[in-house]
Design a protein around this ligand. Structure first.
Ligand SMILES: *Cc1c(COP(=O)(O)O)cnc(C)c1O
Length: 386
């Protein structure tokens, strides 16, 4: 293994494109000067299509969880009753944030590894007409599930006036996101997943309905008060010192997404998902999620006859390939492969090939190349291939 080689295939942080890395090493600038204004002026409109919105996308310094907390404190008034959909560790995080603020919530628990059905959400909203916001996770990173956000939003709109608030941290920039068209009120994401940046930025877009709720909300908040960010953005400015280096990186990321084209970005992620899944199916190693619930950005695998921790250790030792393990009760039960952001079908083939060697090394008998071949076939036979 080469000392510096990192093959980072976890669902965040993800590898940084060289151009983005270079952009982030530019000399520091004053955040109240013209250069900073121009930077924000360039970034702001280009973020909108990534979220599928005409609304402003606000950028705060903080990890993804800061964005989740921001969404909660701005939209939920003291005394409100909300619904939290929990399909894994990140849905659970929304519940924990509500606990921290003593917010009354109903919890819709879905077995980990499955997506939520919008009928269940509709049913709960009919039972509890006082619910003012529904929190859900788009890609549940802990299980590799992509929840049907468009269906959920539709069901919520049909049965209540509740806001639909979506954690899109491991999805936005990798999975199609159409906030306005779907009727989603708030979308949150972070920088270190599909957006190919280091951790440290969180992004929030809000609908007009959500802004109204935020204006009327008297809950005390300071750094996370989104009204400050919105008012400053009108002057291409930020209320506090922005993470300037990360913004330079973001500017480059947005150029990359524009050059490739968002449709192509989403297609590439779908392709990588299909290649990864086909490989494990060919090797007869069970996937943790059904095809219909699978996320284009992360795949979870649940081995029946080997220890995923041994496999992770083997590929890390031999090749510097980092995979993620399971979270909470799935620790030692599953492993997860991130295929988002600066990741291509070539990277997926490398990962599968190295995994096959790792499997052999830990004593799992497989036919070498079988998974790689299945993934290659998906690549070769894809429709509309360029
Ligand atoms: C990574 C992630 C987060 C945020 O985690 P941070 O460590 O705070 O950046 C939130 N939600 C989901 C779905 C994630 O994948």
């Amino acid at each position: 293994m080469l000392p510096d080689q990192q093959i980072l295939r976890i669902p965040g942080p993800t590898p940084i494109p060289p151009r983005v890395q270079r952009a982030m090493s530019q000399p520091m600038i004053g955040h109240r000067g013209d250069e900073a204004k121009e930077l924000l002026e360039d970034i702001t409109p280009k973020l909108k299509p990534v979220f599928g919105t005409e609304e402003e996308v606000l950028v705060l310094a903080g990890s993804g969880t800061a964005g989740l907390e921001t969404a909660v404190v701005n939209t939920v008034k003291p005394g409100d009753e909300v619904l939290v959909i929990v399909t894994g560790a990140f849905g659970d995080r929304f519940a924990k944030i509500c606990d921290a603020y003593e917010i009354r919530y109903h919890r819709l628990d879905v077995p980990w590894g499955e997506a939520v059905h919008s009928e269940k959400v509709a049913h709960l909203l009919q039972q509890h007409p006082g619910i003012s916001a529904v929190f859900c996770t788009y890609c549940e990173t802990s299980t590799g599930v992509l929840n049907p956000v468009a269906d959920i939003a539709k069901a919520v709109r049909q049965y209540s006036n509740a806001l639909v608030i979506v954690d899109g941290v491991s999805a936005v920039g990798g999975a199609e996101t159409k906030m306005d068209e779907w009727g989603v009120d708030v979308v949150v994401t972070g920088s270190q997943k599909a957006l190919m940046l280091p951790a440290g930025l969180t992004f929030i877009a809000a609908s007009k309905r959500a802004w109204k709720a935020m204006e009327e909300n008297n809950r005390s908040r300071f750094y996370f008060d989104l009204r400050k960010y919105r008012d400053n953005l009108e002057k291409n400015s930020t209320p506090f010192t922005p993470a300037v280096s990360l913004l330079y990186g973001l500017q480059e990321v947005l150029k990359l997404l524009e050059e490739e084209g968002l449709e192509e970005v989403y297609r590439r992620h779908q392709l990588m998902m299909k290649m990864t899944r086909a490989a494990f199916q060919a090797l007869d190693i069970p996937l943790f999620t059904a095809d219909s619930d699978a996320s284009p950005t992360v795949t979870a695998v649940k081995p029946a006859d080997f220890d995923p921790e041994m496999l992770r250790k083997a590929v890390k030792e031999d090749f510097g390939l980092t995979l993620a393990g399971g979270q909470q009760h799935l620790k030692g039960q599953i492993f997860r492969i991130g295929h988002m952001g600066y990741c291509s079908p070539a990277d997926v083939l490398q990962t599968i090939s190295l995994l096959e060697i790792g499997l052999t090394k830990i004593g799992k008998s497989i036919e070498l190349g079988k998974g790689v071949q299945a993934a290659q076939e998906i690549y070769v036979n894809q429709e509309g291939q360029k």
